[in-house]
Design a protein around this ligand. Structure first.
Ligand code: GLU
Length: 443
């Protein structure tokens, strides 16, 4: 059977590193297997879902190079959920409940107080017709639970976690529909996975219990079970999924000058036994993808590691790939020379402006004037084929006794028109002998 995976975000916000990672793993696996990757928008909550977020999700996936074979929206499938609901109800697997949230909370507290797991007691199943009529007369509307089969142990072979086992008697029958008729996540997701032919559900381990419940839904609906892979969660360097990490998305990384392939290279492999490597293209990640290499410990996301990986990727980017992001006059030779010094593509412009000039000559006193004059003479004599900056500054140091800032800053100011900027050793050969000599003077 052809593999089908799906990424199922709720369009109630932007994607963040955690769900980007899940999307990526679904996509890598589908591509490796020659299968299909579906974007399923979990937009049953009309109030909180928005078109703006739908578009942002598509754009973010596009930026990352995660292409979509098919898009589905839960809001267009309410009739399917209704049909499944009726099937389950006819089979006695769905029942009406009338407890208020306060009453449920009280039951929970009592059970916890007795040291028992807070499992719903199925009191609603024992209601008499008169009691139900009394609730209805009071204006109470029922919410609906899926009735777990306590005799059927829940087991599956998880592609990451291995054999999983749950005793259904220790789980509450999940609420699948609210009193106002709206759907909770649980049933629509199972119905979609079943009807769309999803073969592999890849998601975070926070969904492990949901899987246990949903497996009984697949069985009750007579649907084939997909395989499941629950990946360990993503944590920050401080060891947990911080608020900050939960809010870091593609916009942030783009602003930081992070290349999509840096993020893809990192997120594909952290938490696995494969080494994180800078790839300019996802092909090696597709090829090497293997759930068996996923660890059970949380995957650590480190922005510093991402930046370092980004720099390595930038150092090998071809001119053709970046040309439209460079200053118009910057040619391939200049890009190739500057590239090893960049940690982000955008910084190329900074170098280019300094190299091209014109630069503003510095204001000098007599002493600085004399220093720059001497520098200009020495600059004409140093060997330009091999680290002219080291040569020039060591000679100036020996002659003038200057060091540190006194030695370097006047030169930088004259050569670049600025106090700060790219590394001079790399910059000077690009500025070139003639231009450099002509810049070594005062206003
Ligand atoms: N919309 C759900 C979520 O974002 C989907 C979970 C799933 O993959 O089934 O948590």
């Amino acid at each position: 059977m052809a593999v089908m995976t799906r990424f199922a975000p709720s369009p109630t916000g932007r994607l963040h590193v955690g769900n980007i990672r899940t999307a990526l793993h679904n996509w890598l696996f589908a591509r490796q297997q020659g299968g299909r990757f579906v974007l399923r928008l979990d937009d049953t909550d009309a109030e909180r879902s928005s078109e703006e977020f739908v578009e942002a999700i598509r754009a973010d996936l596009g930026w990352l190079g995660i292409d979509i074979d098919r898009e589905e929206r839960q809001s267009a499938r309410f009739d399917r959920y209704e049909a499944a609901f009726e099937t389950l109800r006819a089979a006695g697997r769905v029942y009406a409940c009338y407890e208020t949230p306060q009453e449920l909370e009280l039951k929970r507290k009592v059970l916890l107080g007795r040291g028992k797991p807070p499992v719903y007691d199925r009191a609603a199943l024992a209601l008499t017709d008169d009691e139900i009529a009394a609730f209805e007369a009071e204006g109470r509307k029922p919410h609906w639970r899926f009735k777990l089969d306590h005799d059927a142990t829940i087991e599956w072979d998880d592609l990451v976690r291995g054999r999983q086992h749950f005793d259904p008697a220790l789980l509450s029958d999940p609420v699948i529909r609210r009193a106002d008729g709206s759907w909770l996540y649980m049933l629509p997701s199972a119905v979609d996975d079943a009807e769309m032919g999803v073969t592999h559900v890849v998601r975070g381990e926070d969904h492990v219990t949901n899987t246990g419940l949903q497996l009984q839904m697949f069985d009750a609906l007579g649907a084939a079970r997909p395989r499941f892979a629950h990946e360990a969660l993503l944590v920050g360097t401080e060891g947990k999924l911080s608020k900050r990490l939960g809010s870091l998305g593609c916009d942030h990384f783009r602003e930081q000058g992070i290349e999509p392939m840096a993020l893809v290279s990192l997120l594909a492999r952290i938490g696995t036994s494969d080494a994180v490597e800078p790839f300019a293209d996802p092909a090696p990640l597709v090829e090497s993808f293997d759930f068996a290499r996923f660890g059970r410990a949380p995957a650590r996301f480190d922005e510093e590691e991402l930046k370092a990986l980004n720099a390595k990727i930038v150092h090998h980017l071809d001119y053709a790939v970046v040309a439209d992001r460079l200053p118009a006059a910057m040619d391939e030779a200049a890009w190739t020379a500057i590239r090893p010094n960049l940690s982000r593509v955008d910084d190329a412009a900074d170098w280019w402006h300094v190299i091209e000039g014109p630069v503003e000559p510095p204001e000098c006193d007599d002493e600085m004037q004399a220093y720059l004059d001497r520098a200009a003479i020495l600059a004409a004599l140093v060997d330009w084929s091999n680290n002219p900056w080291a040569d020039l500054t060591s000679q100036l140091k020996a002659e003038t006794g200057r060091k540190g800032k006194d030695l370097f800053l006047p030169l930088r100011q004259a050569l670049t028109g600025r106090d700060h900027g790219p590394e001079m050793a790399a910059l000077l050969p690009l500025i070139g002998k003639e231009k450099a000599i002509s810049r070594l003077h005062c206003e």
